[in-house]
Design a protein around this ligand. Structure first.
Ligand code: DGP
Length: 115
């Protein structure tokens, strides 16, 4: 846990989060400022600032984020309609919380343009 990280505090239960999924490695909770009808943040319990801070030894954990995303999409009933997974990396790419996380976005039509 990193003491000044808001997601570490949510994961530790120190501040509230609307959890939709939890396992030994990963948690998922609803985004406080949703930009789609379904907007869930999927994060490892282990703190990494960003994708730029991972290495090959982290691959099983990072791969698990995708398995969790699939399970959550099924749980949220958006698998058939489709969903977008986004990982902002660095302030210049829009990252505002520096605890690696994946956005799962669904529930509205999305453009094929990413930016
Ligand atoms: P990013 O910009 O990729 O770093 O995404 C950070 C997201 O985290 C952003 O969509 C808003 C969300 N967020 C920030 N603070 C909180 C919080 O305290 N609780 C929850 N649930 N979401 C938060």
């Amino acid at each position: 846990m990193t003491s000044d990280c808001i997601f570490c505090k949510i994961i530790a239960g120190e501040i509230p989060g609307q959890f939709v999924y939890q396992d030994e490695q990963v948690v998922a909770f609803r985004d406080i400022h949703p930009i789609a009808p379904t907007h869930i943040l999927i994060a490892p319990r282990k703190h990494f600032d960003s994708v730029h801070h991972v290495d090959a030894s982290d691959e099983p954990l990072l791969g698990h984020l995708f398995t969790a995303a699939r399970l959550i999409a099924e749980q949220e009933k958006v698998s058939q309609s489709g969903y977008r997974l986004v990982v902002n990396t660095g302030a210049g790419a829009g990252q505002t919380v520096f605890h690696i996380h994946m956005h799962l976005l669904a529930g509205k039509p999305m453009s094929d343009k990413l930016v």
